[in-house]
Unconditional design. Structure first.
Length: 202
């Protein structure tokens, strides 16, 4: 876990989690502001639907770009998807808009898993995945907490998901060279199975 590339990757994923946590509170704020209780569930559901569709589309295509390029590209569109919320759209527009970052969430997380696998020493994969999940969860908690403190300020609450996504993208761009080492491992067809045959659990 001392790999600088992994540490930067996990830091960026904390920003992704921050955006998700803030989005959940923003949905409640929208429901309260527009006096439509269903929005507190519909908006996160639209985000999740976008993520599901993004996973289907991502899995059906054969990609020629590197994992790092897809990771940064996904992070860029994940950020872009949150920006319309700063304009404080109405319920229908907000529901459509929030599905967009959901589509690219799947791309970012999928590429993050591949990168983590490639950069992690053999025998430490389970631990690395645990840190990956923890990073997203910790960021989500921070996003929820801060959005909760700012829930009476609609513009600030709407801007927080984009702030988390922007942090994630900046870290990914700064880590691009270090993450590129994972692309070399993927091209070599790296795998975890030892010569004896059976995969050893850490």
């Amino acid at each position: 876990m001392a790999s600088p590339g992994l540490l930067l990757l996990f830091a960026s994923l904390a920003g992704i989690g921050f955006a998700i946590g803030a989005m959940n509170v923003w949905a409640i704020t929208m429901a309260k502001h527009h006096e439509q209780e269903l929005l507190s569930g519909i908006l996160p559901a639209a985000f999740s639907t976008g993520s599901f569709l993004g996973g289907l589309l991502y899995g059906r295509r054969r990609w020629r770009s590197t994992t790092t390029d897809r990771l940064i590209g996904g992070g860029t569109f994940f950020l872009a998807g949150w920006l319309p919320l700063v304009a404080l759209p109405g319920p229908y527009a907000a529901t459509a808009a929030v599905a967009v970052p959901g589509v690219f969430l799947t791309v970012v997380v999928a590429c993050a898993y591949v990168t983590t696998d490639a950069l992690t020493p053999a025998g430490r994969t389970s631990e690395a995945y645990a840190w990956l999940i923890l990073s997203i969860g910790a960021g989500q908690s921070m996003g929820t907490a801060l959005a909760g403190r700012l829930s009476e300020q609609p513009l600030a609450t709407a801007a927080l998901p984009a702030a988390g996504a922007a942090f994630a993208l900046v870290v990914l761009l700064a880590a691009r060279r270090r993450l590129g080492a994972a692309d070399c491992q993927v091209r070599r067809g790296r795998h975890r199975r030892p010569p004896g045959g059976r995969h050893k659990t850490p």
